[in-house]
Ligand binder design. Structure first.
Ligand SMILES: Cc1ncc(COP(=O)(O)O)c(C=O)c1O
Length: 392
């Protein structure tokens, strides 16, 4: 089929109903294994001489449809699905680095990614550094001869700083270093790292891709050669695969991603500006704000500035927590990208594993809050925030 626009591919891409009894919706293959017609067929499938499924840890038809659809959306040759975002992050890092290597990381990453980097260092002697990656010069200075991967989150969770992906990819490729981007905050609808020259894209599909708060899953997209390597090694042998049912739920959630993202972004843009005006709010971090230091990067590489806002409350950690406790409609929960507006306190929640000095250097203070703006009526979200702020 001729390639269609994003909003069409997200509904039809990677699926041919004729191959599945004309079922409108991709069927759920809830099976652990597949039978062979005879022993020789089993031998041929294991030898890679014949296409066909073997065992659901090695591949499953429902999962395959999801992977093909995501590859189309990210503009990748191939994609793989995992049982969680962290299974995806670890499969990629374990594939790219070996003992004695160095990883250069954006200054700020999801807390468990930070934990994984610590583990790689302690157990396998794989070092890492954090860099703002602001200029070509500063980037060149922080790369080492043994740097085997550049790992980026942009917008960075939860400080909302941005990294210029095109600039980093240019420098990295001069030195033959692959660039991995955690694209969770954007989804492929808002940002396409591969089109900007990066090599591997990761998602916690738990978030916007699912969109309904009922699945934990991860995705990786990139070149066929790299993803075949991941599929045959770290995915197959470590085994963090997705269940067929969760892949089926993601296929369902994905269909509405553009519509949902438009609404998340519209709500977030309006809320960011009213929040900034409130006397109890100290600072708002939102890439769509013209005063945001990385506004130009947002304009260059993101379709819209996203549905996440971080902000600091005037006062102490206890004031921030008391504000959260006064909220009525907005739920206190980690995760993001759901229909429900969620708020969390990174210092004691998603980034609690990061030691305090490293956390402060990342820009995560005790009064920073992260708001994942949902799909509710803007007026109701604001009314709830306002009543809780007014009492502060
Ligand atoms: C940016 C980012 N990357 C990765 C992850 C890990 O994803 P999961 O919880 O699906 O394992 C998260 C989870 O919050 C995240 O926010």
């Amino acid at each position: 089929m001729e390639k269609k626009r994003f909003e069409t591919e997200i509904i039809h891409g990677g699926y041919n109903a004729q191959e599945f009894h004309d079922s409108l919706v991709p069927p759920l293959f809830q099976t652990s294994t597949f039978t062979f017609s005879n022993a020789k067929q089993g031998e041929r499938r294991f030898a890679g001489e014949e296409d066909g499924f073997i065992y659901s840890r090695l591949g499953n038809p429902t999962v395959r449809i999801l992977e093909e659809r995501v590859a189309i959306l990210e503009g990748a040759e191939k994609a793989l699905a995992f049982g969680s975002g962290m299974a995806a992050v670890s499969a990629v890092l374990f594939s790219l680095v070996k003992s004695g290597d160095h990883i250069l990381c954006s200054k700020g990453v999801y807390g468990c990614t930070f934990g994984l980097l610590q583990l790689l260092e302690e157990k396998f002697n794989i070092e890492h550094d954090f860099s703002l990656m602001e200029t070509k010069e500063s980037l060149r200075e922080t790369l080492r001869p043994n740097t085997s991967c550049i790992y980026i989150e942009t917008p960075i969770n939860p400080t909302m700083k941005l990294v210029d992906l095109q600039m980093v990819a240019e420098i990295a490729h001069e030195m033959g270093i692959p660039v991995v981007v955690d694209n969770t905050f954007c989804s492929p609808y808002l940002q396409k790292p591969l089109e900007l020259g990066c090599d591997v894209v990761i998602h916690s599909a738990t978030k916007y891709i699912c969109g309904h708060g009922d699945v934990i899953a991860g995705l990786v997209a990139g070149s066929e050669a790299f993803l075949n390597k991941v599929a045959r090694t770290t995915q197959k042998d470590i085994g963090g695969v997705i269940s067929p049912f969760d892949a089926w739920l993601l296929l369902r959630g994905l269909k509405t991603l553009p519509v949902r993202m438009d609404r998340h972004c519209e709500n977030a843009e309006k809320l960011a500006s009213v929040l900034a005006e409130h006397p109890t709010v100290e600072q708002v971090y939102f890439p769509g704000d013209r005063k945001h230091p990385d506004y130009k990067i947002a304009e260059k590489q993101m379709r819209k500035p996203g549905g996440l806002i971080s902000f600091t409350i005037k006062g102490t950690k206890e004031d921030a927590q008391a504000f959260m406790d006064r909220l009525e409609l907005i739920k206190i929960a980690v995760s993001l990208g759901d229909a429900e507006t969620l708020i969390q306190h990174p210092a004691t929640m998603t980034h609690a594993v990061v030691p305090e000095d490293a956390r402060i250097k990342m820009g995560i203070s005790n009064t920073l809050l992260r708001l994942s703006v949902g799909l509710e009526a803007l007026e109701d979200i604001w009314q709830d925030l306002k009543q809780a702020l007014d009492k502060g």
